[in-house]
Ligand binder design. Structure first.
Ligand code: GLU
Length: 662
């Protein structure tokens, strides 16, 4: 209890403590082994157990309390509490992926090792969101040097792509790709996930590469019960999956209906693919038989017998796969009050947009506008808090939509990131915010010498976020995607191919000029993914210790999900779970401000007319939507408990996630 008392001081959340007191510690992994015998004989690291009132439960054991037991995906799981750990922790969107990462960490592996193991399981148990056929960004904090490095595994357009690749079959045939851009071969970018994980592992791995595939191979071979979100994804995509005989064979039953929640599914093709990459490295994926099958799938011209019709092929060749390179890039960092917030630079817009939002907000005393009625769900955001943050986001998205794309092709304005994050520039932007009325739609900032550009605001929703801290204090914040749920609906060698190229602007220009995010050969589509780490800042301005790793899926709204989580911790003193659970809100620079109506603290009925936050914002001129928002925030936070460093984790109650640590 003494830990809890000092936590109470740390967060000044006395009203919460009664509810938190049992589960805060009980839901973690460490220190729980005195609670009763293991109900399952499976030999696992005792560090990677979930504790319930009945004792420790192994993920995947099938006994009551097992978070790996399939349950229907619901909009919001009320009552999730922060998990505490001593030296290592992993938070992902799926219990089995979390377990795989935890086992690696418990055996002494590094955060980079765990990230590889997690991804190999996620691609199996949450195939609709990420996998071998997609792309990944990693923000890495190295504890020894206190430096941040980012890794770009974003998909690329094939060398043969033209600027009209997504909107026209050809310049001679100016009609849409068949059956549509997403389900045609045109949406499929050259995957980057395997290459970037190999790079991350070669820089920061400590366990043998091949050993990191064991959990994925075992689960794929032995089978696993389909989760609620996966079952929903299959049912929702069924008519599109019918075009691909391999997808039909895997996701549907013999009678053509969708495989269901709780049914056991095996994926021997995936096990074989993992085995090949485990023993042959990324080269086994980017060349040879697997690469040939990927290219053949992208270039397929006829759908299968279950849904016959023409498919417009992509232009991807074996040379595109063989030539794919992951890239080490500088992080995008901004000093925000006492901390330094670092994220992913271009081709993601996420890091710049989160940093600009924070840099604008620094001009306001946000801590005066925190949530009221604080509870374990994060309380009820205040009208002024949401107003200021969503106005700052309008300004940030205006710049993002106009200026940010793959900087290997289109430079940022002026001096680049430093100009866009200049504190004087952001103060000028902050001065555009009124306390009494929403600006509606913000205009982009003006930079000297910037070329005329059009704007685009693309992006879909099918992604996963992973936050990991290892026993050495290194952190991985990794957002990984196949773009939309089920990607391009193409299944090859046990995994789905992405539709990431739909993140490009299909239209190459508008009245204002060429669009920065237009398609160009070998270019990476602009992303919103915002894997983030927050550091302490030393008195001399140098990087200090890690404070936090976080991120989320959610297409363009990722920027909002990450901002509310960071502000929730830094300005409002929320714990890792409260900040993760906190009502989602924000604006992508339309007149609409979204308030996540799935949250138990929002009265979404009657279009929010009975909700004081919603009506308060409407009085300031916001057009408020209370549509449900499916974030998937995974957060690990470093805290001090009785002078001892501890880790604290949160997993988004809107998905199936789980936190485990020691
Ligand atoms: N493809 C999107 C991006 O890169 C992510 C989609 C999602 O989060 O669901 O920003």
């Amino acid at each position: 209890m003494s830990d809890l008392i000092s936590l109470r001081r740390r967060f000044a959340l006395a009203p919460l403590l009664a509810a938190l007191s049992t589960a805060l510690w009980a839901s973690g992994c460490g220190g729980d082994n005195d609670k009763g015998p293991l109900p399952d004989a499976t030999p696992v690291s005792t560090a990677c157990l979930v504790s319930t009132d009945a004792g420790g439960v192994t993920v995947g054991s099938g006994v009551p309390g097992d978070p790996g037991l399939p349950e229907p995906s619901s909009g919001y799981r009320v009552g999730k509490q922060a998990v505490s750990g001593k030296t290592f922790m992993v938070s992902t969107a799926n219990p089995r992926a979390t377990q795989a990462g935890c086992e690696v960490l418990a055996a002494g592996g590094s955060a980079a090792d765990a990230a590889v193991a997690v991804q190999m399981v996620l691609g199996l148990v949450e195939p609709q969101s990420s996998g071998l056929g997609g792309g990944t960004f990693v923000v890495y904090y190295d504890a020894a040097s206190k430096t941040v490095q980012t890794y770009d595994g974003r998909e690329t357009a094939p060398a043969g792509a033209t600027e009209n690749y997504l909107r026209w079959i050809s310049d001679a045939q100016q009609t849409a790709p068949l059956p549509n851009a997403r389900a045609s071969g045109r949406s499929i970018g050259t995957p980057g996930t395997v290459r970037v994980l190999e790079m991350l592992h070669s820089d920061h791995g400590s366990r043998p590469w091949a050993s990191l595939f064991d959990a994925g191979i075992a689960l794929a071979s032995n089978g696993f019960p389909i989760s609620g979100r996966m079952a929903d994804a299959i049912a929702g995509a069924r008519s599109n999956l019918l075009r691909d005989p391999d997808a039909v064979a895997y996701f549907l039953k013999a009678d053509g209906t969708s495989k269901l929640l709780g049914e056991t599914i095996q994926n021997p093709d995936y096990a074989a693919t993992l085995q090949a990459i485990a023993s042959g490295g990324a080269a086994a994926f980017y060349s040879g038989a697997i690469a040939a099958d990927i290219v053949a799938e992208i270039n397929r011209t006829e759908a299968g017998a279950d849904a016959p019709g023409a498919l417009t092929p992509g232009a991807t060749t074996l040379a595109d796969l063989a030539g794919y390179q992951a890239v080490r890039r500088n992080p995008v960092c901004i000093d925000y009050r006492a901390h330094r917030v670092c994220g992913m630079g271009p081709p993601s817009s996420g890091g710049i947009a989160v940093a600009q939002t924070l840099g604008i907000l620094e001009n306001f005393g946000l801590n005066a506008f925190g949530p009221s009625a604080l509870d374990i769900e994060g309380g009820k955001p205040s009208v002024m808090g949401v107003h200021l943050i969503s106005e700052a986001q309008r300004l940030a998205y205006a710049d993002r939509n106009k200026y940010v794309a793959d900087t290997d092709f289109v430079p940022l304005p002026a001096n680049g990131v430093s100009s866009m994050l200049d504190k004087a520039y952001l103060r000028d932007r902050a001065n555009l915010i009124s306390f009494s009325a929403s600006m509606g739609v913000a205009l982009p900032g003006v930079f000297p010498g910037a070329v005329a550009l059009g704007s685009s605001d693309q992006e879909g929703k099918g992604t996963s976020h992973v936050s990991i801290v290892d026993a050495q204090g290194n952190a991985v914040s990794m957002t990984t995607t196949i773009e939309s749920g089920m990607g391009a609906y193409r299944f090859v060698r046990g995994f789905l191919l992405n539709n990431e190229l739909t993140d490009f602007s299909a239209t190459p220009s508008d009245a204002a000029g060429p669009i920065a995010n237009r398609v160009q050969p070998l270019k990476r589509p602009r992303s919103s993914m915002a894997p983030t780490v927050v550091l302490q800042r030393n008195a001399d301005g140098s990087n200090g210790e890690l404070l936090m790793a976080t991120g989320s899926p959610g297409g363009a709204t990722i920027i909002q999900f990450v901002t509310k989580t960071v502000v929730g911790v830094l300005d409002w003193g929320l714990d890792a779970q409260q900040a993760t659970s906190l009502v989602n809100f924000g604006s992508s620079n339309s007149t609409t401000t979204g308030i996540g109506g799935e949250h138990p603290n929002i009265v979404a009925a009657d279009n929010g007319n009975g909700d004081a936050l919603v009506t308060g914002l409407r009085a300031l001129g916001h057009v408020v939507s209370v549509s449900a928002q499916s974030s998937g925030v995974s957060t690990v936070l470093k805290v001090q408990v009785d002078g001892q460093p501890r880790l604290q984790g949160g997993a988004d109650p809107r998905r199936e996630g789980l936190v485990l640590g020691d």
